[in-house]
Design a protein around this ligand. Structure first.
Ligand code: C2O
Ligand code: CU
Length: 466
């Protein structure tokens, strides 16, 4: 969808800020930041956490992972067109990393220096690598037009970072993502503990045009301890486990403390989200009304009639932050009906705008965000570079184990309060992971005071991250 054209047809969104932002993309973001007195202390919100004045006036390109040192583990991923045979036997004309979709599973250990070289053989749309859920330094975040230029055919880009989070993550291109991720430019990234780890299996579910939802799983399907569910789609996936009781070991790459046994529960995984399930014996793990995989047993159809898993009250209680918060942000998500050239259609907005103004924070702040969905569609909200902790939903406080998320499914009518520490300077995308919504403009940025970027939307590389 051409959002610029759409905006011209949508008078209610013709706020000067939104237009300026659309016209020049993130460059305008930087112009806004630069227009403020340089390195001005943010007295109003400085709180007791300091403003790290020494960090002011930095470019995204300086906020890299370790540039020196021999990597502990190195990968090369080559983006290219390939015919891929799916587990169903169907063959699709895909965009791939190394000729497979999902791309190669990357396994690393916490604390290792990881180096990934991205090459683009023949993907004309351009390619980047974004490490979904891994809070890497900003320059390694892989967002075209914000943290780098899209890698064009024949080009190359090197990412280096040292992951400290242990858990289940995934990677995908963040250039023209609404068109290229559904066609195959994604894979799974697992960070194992620095030492030791039990057996595990990855189940990555993806919906292919003309084929339907497919679960990519391991060749060996013995009983395993941990099954990592990865939703690489733009819509929610409901999973269930048939067989013995099971636990939820981790959400979005963060372990649950004190997981208790569940039976028949529906595991609702938002777009982009991950859940690690602990099996206690032979069991079937599958998508409700979709494909299923048997571990130590033949697959059974997943029932899917149980209650929906609620992380708000699961695990050993750990009371969330009560503040004081240095900054309060609000995101009102909405669905608006518009008419384009006489054709009625729908757009999804944040605070009434497509591509709203960035939210500015200062390094070190404790930030609370209220996210309210006034619309009619679910919105899986994804903030790059940070994990947010859920404080409450619809006024009901979180009473379980700390629920940290990077992909929060906000259903129509719901209001979440979440909090995070702004401790990873940069310019970070904050968007709906229904990639069609993002591509239509449901994207904003979290801008650390004093950080700028030389990259721009459009430009020579044709950067269009959504
Ligand atoms: Cu999965 Cu903006 O990313
Ligand atoms: Cu959305």
């Amino acid at each position: 969808m051409d959002t610029a054209r759409l905006l011209r047809t949508l008078p209610s969104l013709l706020a000067a800020g939104a237009i300026a932002l659309l016209g020049a993309g993130v460059v305008t973001v930087v112009a806004h930041a630069g227009a403020a007195p340089p390195a001005a202390p943010v007295g109003a919100h400085g709180g007791g956490h300091g403003t790290h004045a020494g960090h002011a006036g930095r470019s995204v390109t300086d906020l890299t992972g370790p540039r020196d040192g021999v990597p502990d583990v190195a990968f090369t991923l080559t983006a290219r067109h390939a015919a891929v045979t799916l587990p169903t036997g169907a063959t699709v004309d895909a965009l791939t990393f190394d000729g497979t979709a999902p791309g190669p599973e990357l396994r690393v250990r916490a604390g290792q220096l990881v180096e990934v070289t991205l090459r683009n053989l023949d993907v004309d749309e351009g390619v980047t690598l974004h490490w979904h859920g891994l809070d890497v330094p900003n320059a390694e975040d892989g967002v075209a037009g914000v943290t780098q230029d899209a890698v064009v055919p024949g080009g190359e880009h090197v990412y280096r970072f040292r992951p400290e989070q242990v858990g289940t993550f995934w990677y995908h291109s963040h250039q023209d993502s609404a068109r290229t991720v559904p066609r195959g430019l994604f894979g799974v990234l697992v960070v194992e503990p620095a030492a030791g780890s039990g057996p595990d299996a990855v189940l990555a579910a993806h919906t292919w045009d003309d084929v339907g939802t497919v679960v990519d799983g391991p060749a060996r399907r013995d009983t395993v301890g941990r099954v990592r569910l990865v939703n690489t789609d733009s819509v929610t996936q409901d999973w269930t486990v048939t067989g013995g009781p099971f636990t939820v070991l981790a959400i979005d790459g963060t372990d649950v403390d004190g997981p208790t046994p569940l039976r028949g529960t529906v595991l609702r995984v938002p777009a982009g989200g991950r859940l690690d399930v602990g099996l206690t014996g032979p069991a079937t793990v599958g998508i409700v009304d979709g494909p299923a995989v048997g571990f130590g047993t033949d697959p059974e159809p997943p029932a899917g009639d149980g209650p929906v898993f609620d992380p708000l009250h699961y695990g050993t209680p750990a009371p969330p932050e009560t503040g004081p918060f240095d900054r309060d942000l609000t995101q009102v998500l909405d669905t608006e009906r518009v008419t384009q050239r006489g054709v009625p259609s729908i757009v999804w907005t944040i605070n009434g705008s497509l591509h709203p103004e960035p939210a500015t924070v200062t390094d070190g702040e404790l930030v609370r965000v209220t996210i309210r969905n006034d619309g009619t569609d679910p919105h899986p909200m994804h903030l790059h570079g940070h994990h947010v902790r859920v404080l409450s939903r619809d006024g009901v406080p979180a009473t379980g184990s700390a629920w940290w998320t990077d992909s929060l499914g906000v259903e129509p009518g719901e209001t979440y309060e979440v909090a995070f520490r702004a401790a990873n300077p940069g310019i970070w995308m904050d968007h709906c992971h229904n990639l069609a919504h993002a591509s239509a403009g449901m994207v904003m940025h979290l801008l650390y005071e004093g950080v700028s970027t030389p990259f721009e939307h459009g430009g020579g590389a044709g950067n269009t991250p959504e």
